[in-house]
Design a protein around this ligand. Sequence first.
Ligand code: NAD
Ligand code: DAU
Length: 350
Amino acid sequence: MHTILITGGAGFIGSHLTRLFVTKYPGYKIVNLDALTYAGNLENLKDIENNANYSFVKGDITDTALLKELFDMHQFTAVLHCAAESHVDRSITDPLAFVTTNVVGTATLLLAAKQHWHGNYEGKIFYHISTDEVYGSLGAEGFFTEETAYDPRSPYSASKASSDHLVRAFYHTYHMPVKISNCSNNYGPYHFPEKLIPLCIHNIINNKPLPIYGKGENIRDWLYVEDHVGAIDVIFHKGRIGETYNIGGHNEWTNIALVKELCRQMDTKLGRPAGDSEKLITYVKDRAGHDLRYAIDASKLKDELGWLPSLQFEEGISKTIDWYLTNSDWLNAVTSGNYQHYYEGQYVKR
Ligand code: NAD
Ligand code: DAU
């Protein structure tokens, strides 16, 4: 039995994680703490908001007094730390926001758990959700393993690397029972349309240009979000304390090939002539410091805990497109207001 503080549960991955734990473990009590930034959205959790084992608190992970109050009130036995500033492009324009939430926020949360648990770590878990971007950028060959040296290259990945180091420091210095996972690119429902896949789905629907950075040759390793949270579930319950596990999809795509696959599937689903949406592809000025390739070696997770991704990419993408086509209200709501302002400032024609 656990009473779990999930941070960032109203975001993309956090909402899938919260849903999984609330529905799969009705005996657990789940408290979702989220600041509801532009990326947080309670609509993502509509289907479980009235479950008896779930509650929501609007608040910031940098708020020491609030964290103390929540730990005292709920006596958490575990933390699933998902809250973060997560978009690389935004980290290039506003790096300090990333240091505040990802570094200071993680340190504040670690301290709150340390002070509350007070050395009584029996049955406790502090689980930190992190990214493969901490390992830097690969060339054409090779994979990131858990032993790959950290080499973050964007303000986002540097802030996540820093948070990983802080979590490990609390394990080594104070013996806090921590677990870390570093995952590759996720996709699926509730993904905010600032990220490549939902942005292109949104723009294809609206016949707007599909902005491709540079030559579109950068490579990412894509994993369906429900597979990611399934892996977190396995690591949370069966992974070893103090360990790091890489999570990945064995599913590498260049950005241009991926966007063409999206166009192909969407032409069929929207009843457009084959090749129609591809005409929207527009090459734009490259992202500063753009990492070339990410690819995860997830063999530790497979060998130790038996985890493998469940979904083939073409099927996952098809499910994802269907979700966005069915949930146009969600898409329209999150792309109104401030989103337009962000979008207009983001892309420069090559
Ligand atoms: P997201 O941007 O969709 O959601 C982040 C959530 O955190 C939002 O609900 C936001 O309101 C909340 N939040 C932000 N700052 C906060 C603060 N100071 N206090 C409390 N809540 C705050 O992010 P995501 O894509 O779901 O990523 C979740 C986690 O997974 C992050 O730690 C990210 O680094 C990691 N990750 C993401 C991916 C991916 O492909 N999206 C891959 C690997 C790891
Ligand atoms: O690898 C895990 C990471 O994946 C997570 O830690 C991050 O939180 C998540 O945002 C994601 O980072 P990326 O930068 O890889 O994701 P994004 O969707 O922003 O970009 C994917 C690729 O597509 C990348 O090479 C940049 C490119 N791109 C992106 C956008 C938004 C474009 O060409 N055009 C775009 O408009």
